[in-house]
Design a protein around this ligand. Structure first.
Ligand code: GLU
Length: 491
């Protein structure tokens, strides 16, 4: 009988949720959901110096934002808790005691000075750096008596001789010589547990069946597998997810793109685009479909299909993908998503946007084809919120407009022609046709007409369709801006 799938995400709360951690969580979650199993969240906060509850909260919030839910965890509880390692120290000490009693671990009294000397000697002789097993031969009863008398000791794992294999669903069968594994420390002399030790004790207690985590942990797996064997247990199945690399082929860093999930959220990447992009970091739906959601992920995800080679985190592609999602949103939903960004950019208040919602939806619609992430909207629509006599003109469009002779006069003439026509309101399509005709009849090339008008209305030379801009401003403001624009150009 096969055991029900139980997987976990085990972040250390020493920073914001990393984009690589978010992918690890997503793949574990998808695997659990696909197999009707359970997804656990465990907080690995054994390092009291670097772990904080704020980071823990931020990580949970990031996971929830991604749409992930967990069946057991520090906030929801469960039958195998506690789910914070800092609350499990008694359990680790008991486990260490059992291993000592079983002769699978031993007490080591070596001072750090002695260990340094051993290391130095090994370095000089170009030998493998490892503990020289000085304390292995101590009589256990004597060692216990020394500890009872107050002497400091660490607990070391007694690495057995031989060769060991484990199954990795991504990397295939992995085998290693046990001799390559040091007699590593499980409990430090202050009684605090080390990472490799806690992980195994917890994964055993929490009945974890599959361990999917970043490739950077592959170096730890031999130690962990040997510990399972020492405990007389079958190791879980492993899958080490490929590293996420920047487009320069190097480890993801701030230089090639933000590394915290939060940064993408703050920049206004649509949530579903983030999830979609994370799916593509080492996995593909069918090799052709790029835009898909969690539904497809859960239906199709198999750990065996995850690639071994590094996953390239291509920010341009991410932005493109975000744009695809922006395009697919209803203008209403996009308006809701963008509103906080418009407010944060100090263009106006949330109340104002709510009061003019129908108008704001039209504003958003005018840019929906051009933006990729929500934060791109505010600078593009800032002109709508500027006073009509102080539209911000940037140098570049002004220089372009100055190349057209009589630009100021064009504005004056166009305004005179337009005034009686737009009193009834702006019908963008109708106005587009008739104004083009007007410009042609005046013998104006289209740029010589469009560029000054656009500058006067919005201060930029590119952006939303000019006649949409007019509709958004409304007849009065259009006429005022044309007039002020003409005056500014001729001064
Ligand atoms: N706490 C480890 C980390 O944040 C994960 C350990 C594991 O998944 O085994 O990288």
């Amino acid at each position: 009988m096969t055991r029900p799938v139980r997987v976990r995400f085990a972040p250390s709360p020493t920073g914001m949720l990393h984009i690589g951690g978010a992918r690890t969580a997503l793949f574990n979650w998808a695997y659990a959901r696909r197999h009707g199993g359970q997804f656990l969240l465990r907080i690995e906060d054994t390092d009291p110096e670097r772990s904080t509850r704020e980071y823990e909260r931020a990580i949970l919030e990031g996971l929830r934002w991604l749409g992930l839910d967990w069946d057991e965890g520090p906030d929801v509880g469960g039958p195998h808790g506690p789910y914070r390692q800092s609350e499990r120290f008694e359990r680790y000490r008991a486990a260490a005691r059992e291993l000592l009693d079983a002769g699978r671990a031993y007490l080591c009294f070596c001072s750090s000075e002695r260990l340094d000397e051993v290391r130095k000697g090994q370095e000089e002789r170009k030998e493998r750096i490892a503990y020289d097993r000085h304390c292995l031969t101590l009589d256990p009863a004597t060692a216990q008596a020394r500890v009872a008398a107050g002497e400091k000791a660490v607990v070391r794992f007694k690495t057995p001789a031989g060769q060991t294999r484990f199954l990795d669903h991504i990397r295939g069968d992995v085998s290693f010589e046990n001799a390559e594994v040091d007699d590593w420390v499980m409990l430090r002399s202050d009684g605090s547990p080390t990472y490799n030790f806690c992980v195994v004790v917890d994964d055993v207690d929490m009945r974890i069946t599959h361990v999917f985590r970043g490739e950077e942990h592959l170096v730890n797996t031999p130690k962990q597998v040997l510990l399972y064997r020492a405990l007389g247990l079958e190791a879980p199945e492993f899958g080490h997810l490929p590293l996420m690399l920047g487009t320069d082929g190097k480890k993801l860093s701030k230089r090639t793109g933000d590394t915290a999930l939060q940064d993408y959220r703050d920049a206004g990447y649509p949530r579903d685009a983030v999830v979609n992009f994370l799916c593509l970091q080492g996995w593909a739906l069918d090799g052709a479909t790029e835009v898909f959601g969690v539904k497809e992920l859960v239906e199709r995800f198999d750990i065996k299909d995850v690639q071994k080679a590094g996953a390239i985190f291509d920010l341009d592609k991410f932005r493109w993908l975000a744009g695809e999602y922006v395009r697919r949103m209803t203008p209403e939903a996009l308006a809701d998503a963008c509103a906080p960004f418009v407010v944060a950019a100090n263009l106006t208040s949330a109340e104002d946007l709510a009061a003019r919602r129908a108008w704001f939806v039209e504003v958003v619609k005018s840019e929906q084809a051009r933006i990729h992430v929500y934060s791109e909207l505010p600078p593009r629509i800032a002109y709508l919120f500027q006073p009509d006599d102080a539209v911000v003109w940037t140098d570049e469009p002004l220089a372009a407009v100055r190349k057209h002779a009589n630009a100021a006069q064009t504005l004056v003439d166009f305004r005179a022609w337009l005034a009686p026509r737009i009193e009834r309101g702006v019908d963008a399509a109708e106005l587009r046709d008739s104004s083009k005709k007007w410009a042609q009849e005046k013998g104006l090339k289209l740029p010589a007409f469009f560029q000054p008008v656009r500058l006067a209305l919005s201060g930029v030379v590119q952006g939303a369709d000019l006649f949409d801009v007019m509709a958004l401003l409304g007849p009065e403001r259009v006429l005022v801006r044309l007039e002020r624009g003409a005056a500014r150009l001729s001064s």
